[in-house]
Design a protein around this ligand. Structure first.
Ligand code: PXP
Length: 253
């Protein structure tokens, strides 16, 4: 499936450690420590750490962000809603990248991509303030041509396509829907790359769903959290990351 003229480079793996903090917060206290998880991820060959500081601090807390910046050598991808509070935190910590995500209080997780098209005017000052501070800016969007066009107009560096519908359709065994969702992700990768945007994918990816996404030639990075942390309960965090890494590498060859 290699696109003409595109070299299949090494695909980066960003490990999202939010749900280590979810387990910690279930009891309060300090255990398990998401920064320790980040250290293990680094040793296992992760290329970056992703953490979502939510308005309600249901998992990652402010102190975790401080420690991730101070103690972990890997680039941090800070997921954040476009709010004044989050902008101030991002500008203070200057992570490698900020991924702007939609956030709704009642949702269990980030259920869909950002509707960049309807929020262009709201997003524009956040994108420019972050970029001016030297932070790479990513938008977590649906794989849709209009969203890609708006991301380009906003001059972000990266788009991350929400893979949740593809992953859900795969796990539900709905082959027709899986094919449709996958084709949408492939087309979006091509269009975003042609628009000069770096292409990432993430959400809901597992050992069973990662390979086709990893084989999309324009993909530069996958961000994966919930499944890796869940699987770590059974096989250990290092082994879960190494297995994910292997599947990604196999898909690229
Ligand atoms: N990428 C983004 C932008 C996300 O918001 C999330 C979930 O927080 C992920 C990737 C990782 O999704 P999952 O935890 O389902 O692997």
């Amino acid at each position: 499936m290699a696109a003409q003229g595109l070299q299949l480079g090494r695909l980066r793996l960003g490990v999202n450690i939010d749900h280590v903090a979810t387990i910690r917060n279930a009891r309060g206290g300090e255990h398990p420590d998401p920064v320790r998880a980040a250290r293990i991820a680094a040793d296992a060959g992760a290329d970056g750490i992703t953490a979502h500081l939510r308005e309600d601090r249901r998992h990652i807390a402010d102190e975790d962000i401080t420690r991730l910046i101070e103690e972990i050598d890997l680039p941090l991808n800070l997921e954040m809603a476009a709010t004044e509070e989050m902008l101030e935190i991002a500008l203070r910590h200057k992570p490698n990248a900020c991924c702007i995500v939609p956030e709704h209080r009642e949702e269990r997780t980030t259920e869909g991509g950002l509707d960049a098209a309807s929020q262009h005017n709201h997003l524009a000052p956040y994108v420019s303030d972050l970029k001016e501070a030297g932070i790479r800016v990513s938008l977590f969007i649906e794989a849709h041509p209009v969203q890609i066009a708006v991301a380009k107009a906003l001059r972000v560096d990266i788009v991350e396509f929400h893979t949740g519908s593809y992953a859900d359709a795969t796990h539900a065994g709905d082959e027709a829907l899986r094919e449709k969702e996958f084709a949408r992700l492939v087309d979006a990768g091509r269009a975003a790359h042609e628009a000069g945007l770096e292409v990432h994918y993430g959400h809901g990816l597992t050992f069973d769903t990662v390979s086709p996404i990893a084989a999309i030639p324009q993909a530069m990075e996958l961000n994966i959290g919930h499944f890796i942390i869940g699987e770590a309960i059974f096989i250990g965090l290092e082994a879960a990351i190494l297995r994910m890494r292997d599947l990604m590498d196999e898909a690229r060859t």
